[in-house]
Design a binder for this molecule. Sequence first.
Ligand SMILES: NC(=O)c1ccc[n+]([C@@H]2O[C@H](COP(=O)([O-])OP(=O)(O)OC[C@H]3O[C@@H](n4cnc5c(N)ncnc54)[C@H](O)[C@@H]3O)[C@@H](O)[C@H]2O)c1
Length: 309
Amino acid sequence: MKILVTGGAGFIASHIVDALIEHGNQVVVVDNLSTGFKRNLNPRAKFYHISITDKKLAEIFDIEKPDIVSHHAAQMVVARSVRDPIFDASENILGGLNVILNCVRTRVKKIIYASSGGAVYGEPQAFPVSENYPINPVSQYGVSKHVMEHYLYLYNVLEGLDYTVLRYSNVYGPRQNPAGEAGVVAIFAGQMLRGEQPAIFGDGTKTRDYTFVSDIVQANLLAMEHGSKSICNIGTGIETSDKKMFDILARIFHFEKEPIFTAARKGEVYRISLNNSLARRELGWEPRFSLEKGLEMSADYYRQINTTK
Ligand SMILES: NC(=O)c1ccc[n+]([C@@H]2O[C@H](COP(=O)([O-])OP(=O)(O)OC[C@H]3O[C@@H](n4cnc5c(N)ncnc54)[C@H](O)[C@@H]3O)[C@@H](O)[C@H]2O)c1
């Protein structure tokens, strides 16, 4: 099969590209390298350096005629969406709509969309949160990620475009950028390896549901075959506080300094964890990597890039 992956030079989708190629698929990557890197690009993928907001995206769809589209390109930093909501909406809503319209026009069989279970529910009161819980995002990013879900439903009803929405929890693992503005595991790992004191936004009790990137890849492979017209949470259901994450990483890296506690950031939810029962039923997915195992594997990667810099 031919699969077009948007954001395929980024953290998550570059792993998806590798797995798709390993499974014998032809892969086309569309990425503007705004937060992605050439070094993440699989040499066996065909690469187009272009924004998903560009009208010329249509030419790529016409040339490549993909069977399936995996849509991962996005502005993915909550804090940036709060600072610059117009930019966030332009990339995530208008760019996303451009991708969907091209899927419809060229009769793509299915689109798999990376949504955010960490952002679309806002501040739920019941944990782990299920897909039928009210959607009340508390950041512009949460809004823009959710709007795409409406368009996918709409273009299925109007034009028969099939889709699976995967609402990821917090994803971590090799290739997440330690110099980025989001991705606490990568940021803490980079800081600890440089001997710098990591900053925790808030008092350390904020929680997140951490899923290892290989488990996310598996969910995407399963969604190629299963989960027609469905929206599934992809998470572990386990909450880990910021302070606990700091402590685990400090132990792994033998880091002895204390964290710095600074003001909580606007738009960041206080608690989140995702109920994954639907993904188990619809996709046959389950998380395989424990937090400890995933963090050890991530730590190996950060040690390696720290010494090869
Ligand atoms: N990392 C997480 O914890 C997480 C959680 C939930 C959802 N997601 C979603 O998963 C997707 C991938 O996130 P990631 O963590 O790998 O981030 P990332 O920043 O590493 O990857 C995004 C990729 O998209 C590219 N991109 C951005 N804007 C683009 C544009 N206009 N045109 C073409 N390419 C563009 C970037 O260059 C980058 O390669 C995003 O849609 C994000 O919203 C991520």
